[in-house]
Write a protein that binds this ligand. Structure first.
Ligand code: ASP
Length: 347
């Protein structure tokens, strides 16, 4: 069966070449496509002969260190504009902030009914040992699922190496391993080995409700990782001076914080200024359980939202998105709900 796949190139190592100073910089899609024979010449290399491609570039192409919430909005709008005419979408993106973008897009789209597959590479497409060809080819199978008799994955996901991961569950775990991403608290949505298997029971169900986009993100947030000897005073200062709307608090283990008289003061200041504290764990694996230890009981407060097993990238983008799109009264409730499969409800 024919399928229509939209590919959006945003930059990243996938398409990078060395400049005069031997630093890697993104090049144009026109240069890249010459290195993708199976896509460029679909008649000769018949693998993708059933797939109609649309290519677009999100200008300017960037190292993903320069991706911004405005870029997330532009990516989402490109997908929205092309939604009806296509069966699946691929976003080629740098790996450094890929898990932030995949989390952000997952929150932007409500009622998503088609695959949005993010991918990239550890070695440029111009390199003889590139992983870019295999990553993009795998992404085409997932986005163009109809042509390959595969189950649809109607969610924002990351396709990297031989894994398909839920976008808001993924983290970048290696700067050089071809297995660059993992999903510590949720199993793979699909595995691409010699055969491709979609783990249907883990994938969102499709919907026939209309796609809804909420694209705003607030940057009045901070990500605070606790450490032994941590002082709450700098944070208290920011909250009292009304500089923040939200804080991701990366606690020790299952939600523990160091004993300090200033926590009460901080929580009170947060309550007064309606600054949300989103409690998560700094452990890559597992979830918080506030109240399990006496060392976490100070966080059993209405201003603190339990982040369960959410990843750091997902927590931060969710907080930015909730503040950007919802009023003060609704924020804590939405933040604490599992809305796109980003956190486990039973925990
Ligand atoms: N610095 C690059 C980027 O994120 C790294 C990569 O793509 O692997 O754009």
């Amino acid at each position: 069966m024919r399928s229509n796949v939209f590919i959006l190139y945003t930059g990243g190592t996938f398409g990078m070449k060395s400049n005069a100073n031997q630093e890697l910089e993104p090049s144009s899609w026109e240069e890249i496509i010459d290195y993708l024979p199976a896509i460029k010449n679909q008649t000769f290399f018949h693998y993708f002969s059933e797939v109609n491609f649309t290519f677009q570039t999100l200008e300017p192409v960037v190292d993903s260190a320069d991706i911004t919430p405005e870029a997330w909005e532009r990516i989402a709008k490109k997908i929205e504009e092309n939604y009806e005419q296509h069966d699946g979408f691929i976003v080629i993106h740098g790996t450094d902030t890929l898990a932030y973008t995949s989390s952000a897009l997952s929150f932007i789209f409500e009622n998503l009914n088609k695959p949005v597959v993010l991918t990239g590479a550890q070695l440029p497409i111009f390199h003889p040992r590139t992983d870019g060809i295999v990553n993009l080819s795998n992404a085409i199978y997932i986005a163009g699922y109809k042509s390959f008799n595969l189950a649809c994955i109607p969610e924002v996901c990351i396709c990297f190496n031989d894994d398909v991961l839920r976008g808001n569950r993924a983290v970048k775990t290696s700067t050089n391993d071809f297995e660059g991403f993992s999903s510590p608290n949720y199993d793979n949505l699909a595995n691409l080995e010699q055969h491709i298997s979609v783990n249907k029971h883990l994938v969102h169900k499709g919907t026939n409700k209309a796609l809804v986009l909420r694209t705003k993100f607030s940057n009045r947030v901070v990500n605070v990782t606790l450490f032994p000897g941590y002082s709450t005073l700098p944070l208290l200062d920011l909250v009292k001076n009304n500089k923040l709307d939200g804080i991701v608090l990366k606690t020790f283990g299952a939600g523990n914080i160091p004993n300090s008289p200033h926590w009460d003061e901080l929580l009170e200041a947060c309550e007064q200024s309606k600054t949300i504290l989103f409690a998560t764990t700094q452990c890559p694996n597992g979830q918080i359980e506030l109240g399990q230890y006496a060392a976490s009981s100070a966080l059993l407060s209405p201003i603190v939202v339990d982040g369960k097993d959410i990843t750091s990238e997902s927590a931060l983008t969710k907080l930015m998105w909730v503040i950007g799109n919802f009023g003060v009264e609704e924020r804590s409730h939405i933040l604490g709900q599992n809305i796109r499969g980003e956190m486990s409800v039973s925990k």
